[in-house]
Ligand binder design. Structure first.
Ligand SMILES: *[C@@H]1O[C@H](CO)[C@@H](O)[C@H](O)[C@H]1NC(C)=O
Ligand SMILES: [Fe+2]
Length: 557
């Protein structure tokens, strides 16, 4: 709703700092909620003052809104302005407490999965471009708890394991966050969840990534399964990994590292940064619906009668353990894609589209954030001196990361470049990273054997015992399968009022520089979309999750 007053103000107004809006109750009529988009005031001197509002007014109180020019607490020197800044944050702290692709495409994708789920190459592919592309790391030395020996392995014509490790062709996935976790009980039956170690080899010929050894749970007595084992020994071993992959992905990579982190960033922003601040204007579009969807997730997914508790092996008490383990392993560097890729040593793995698209997006977002923040902060001292900004990062460090120094999360911003990097990470996490780990859930999980939410039999402790029947009895029952598919379907669906990354329907910035930077940001995203579309044409399985046109600005699903 755009409000205007046709009469120009009769007197000179000077420079407008703020306006007050109040909804007056009319006799006998109920007070209806009022959504105000913006207010514009024309002055006698032909200046137009713009006030971005984008707020519901549901009471008879007076609400104050600032003129659109973004100002940090240091720049904002008008006494009235300073006062309203404080009042706004005081109110927000009362309200927000810190304590602790399109459907048709989805369906065609599950068909591909149904056809290929048994294949080693597809199993390997999902570590690079499936819903959890974050787990795989280069292995230059075998972990001491994984007693694989050279003579066990088939290395696709390569000479030796040592040589392949040196060349960077051996990779490891270690589900250590699931180790020792007690699996759920479903319909009075004990369920099974393992913490496997998976060794993979990048084949010299076709540049495929294939599993070469799997151990269900680290330990001397547990057999190490190999592709040369019987068909069902090997398929079952992979199935246990796929189920661990599902649970690790949903709780750690999806829930914790996108949804819950986005919530921490959002609540800390609302409590510490007023609407007139440039950081608020920059970040608030990337928090849309996040608190609402997380409230729903708490009610429907992880509550006592939620999906996770009723239908997954990680539900119940185990879930808390997994989240604690995951939080204690979480590092700032793993949230910053360029650092993460280097740390995992996966810079040169072929066909790693998550990495390629992700790094490009990181660069685009970084250029945008850098441009905007450098317009408002001229040097490091100005960053140091901004108490609102510093309170934001302090809340994130203390409340979100429990003051754990080992995470490497900044406790304070000493420089502009540190602030730019952190803010880039926030936008990347809320948009790109969430899209990468959220949008493919039904594509990969819609064919249940590829992503069983739980397993009903323990992993075999001896080889040559598994048959097709063992596999069928291990997979979840029909009720669990149907509930799993329904939830994954809903969680992968694009919402009806989707806003793509870089689209800002609410005009919060009015200065020329940030407005120009937004246009440039959008043009870079458009170029990337064209490039991704072109690249995907030549792929057997297109990688769609980091196409800028397909991803939301915020964690909203
Ligand atoms: C930072 O910029 C402000 C405003 O331009 C200036 O007053 C201040 O001296 C600068 N500080 C340093 C350390 O360069
Ligand atoms: Fe999600």
């Amino acid at each position: 709703l755009l409000l205007w007053c046709s009469r120009p103000a009769p007197v000179s107004l000077g420079k407008l700092v703020l306006i007050e809006l109040e909804k007056m109750k009319r006799p006998l009529l109920p007070l209806l909620p009022w959504f105000v988009e913006k207010v514009e005031v024309d002055s006698l001197e032909n200046d137009t003052f713009k006030f971005p509002i984008y707020h519901w007014i549901v009471d008879e109180e007076i609400h104050r809104f600032r003129e659109c020019t973004a100002l940090t607490v240091v720049q904002d020197d008008h006494p009235l302005a300073k006062y309203t800044r404080q009042m706004e944050l005081q109110e927000r702290r009362k309200q927000y407490c810190l304590s602790g692709i399109l459907v048709t495409k989805c369906v065609a994708f599950s068909e591909y999965v149904q056809k290929h789920w048994r294949e080693d190459a597809f199993f390997g592919y999902q570590f690079l471009n499936g819903v959890n592309p974050m787990m795989i790391q280069r292995c230059s030395k075998l972990p001491s708890n994984f007693p694989v020996t050279e003579n066990m392995l088939y290395l696709h014509g390569a000479r030796s394991l040592e040589e392949e490790m040196q060349k960077g062709n051996i990779f490891l996935c270690d589900y250590k966050t699931l180790d020792g976790v007690k699996a759920n009980v479903i319909h009075d039956e004990q369920q099974y969840l393992v913490a496997p170690l998976v060794l993979l080899h990048q084949t010299p010929d076709g540049k495929l990534l294939k599993p070469i050894a799997i151990q269900q749970t680290p330990g001397e007595d547990n057999p190490i399964f190999l592709p040369s084992d019987s068909e069902y020994d090997w398929l079952l071993a992979k199935t246990f990994v796929r189920s661990a992959y599902f649970n690790e992905h949903e709780l750690n990579i999806h829930l914790l590292c996108t949804h819950l982190l986005a919530e921490v960033f959002t609540v800390a922003l609302l409590r510490n940064v007023p609407m007139v601040h440039p950081l608020y204007k920059l970040l608030i579009p990337h928090t849309r619906y996040t608190l609402q969807i997380n409230l729903l997730a708490r009610e429907k997914l992880i509550s006592e009668d939620g999906f996770f508790t009723l239908f997954t092996s990680s539900g119940g008490a185990g879930m808390v353990n997994i989240l604690q383990n995951s939080l204690s392993c979480l590092k700032y560097s793993s949230l910053c894609l360029p650092d993460d890729i280097t740390e995992r040593g996966v810079q040169s793995v072929p066909n790693y589209y998550y990495r390629d698209d992700g790094l490009r997006l990181w660069g685009i977002i970084h250029r945008f954030v850098n441009g905007v923040l450098r317009f408002y902060y001229k040097n490091d001292t100005e960053v140091e001196d901004d108490s609102e900004l510093q309170n934001w990062i302090k809340d994130i460090y203390e409340e979100g990361f429990l003051s754990n120094q080992n995470t490497g999360i900044p406790q304070h911003f000493h420089s502009l470049s540190e602030l730019v990097k952190f803010t880039t990470m926030v936008i990347f996490t809320c948009s790109a990273q969430h899209a990468a780990v959220n949008s493919g859930q039904f594509d990969y999980g819609g064919w249940m054997p590829n992503a069983p939410t739980t397993l009903q039999l323990p992993p075999p402790t001896k080889k040559e015992t598994a048959t097709e029947e063992t596999l069928l009895n291990t997979l979840p029952d029909i009720s669990t399968t149907v509930h799993g598919m329904a939830v994954l379907y809903l969680l992968s669906k694009q919402s009806t009022d989707f806003v793509a990354l870089g689209q800002y329907p609410n005009e919060r910035f009015c200065e020329e520089v940030p407005c120009r930077l937004i246009k440039y940001f959008q043009s870079e995203l458009e170029d990337m979309h064209v490039h991704v579309k072109q690249r995907n044409k030549d792929l057997p399985l297109p990688y769609l999750y980091l196409d800028p046109k397909q991803m939301e600005n915020s964690v909203s699903l």
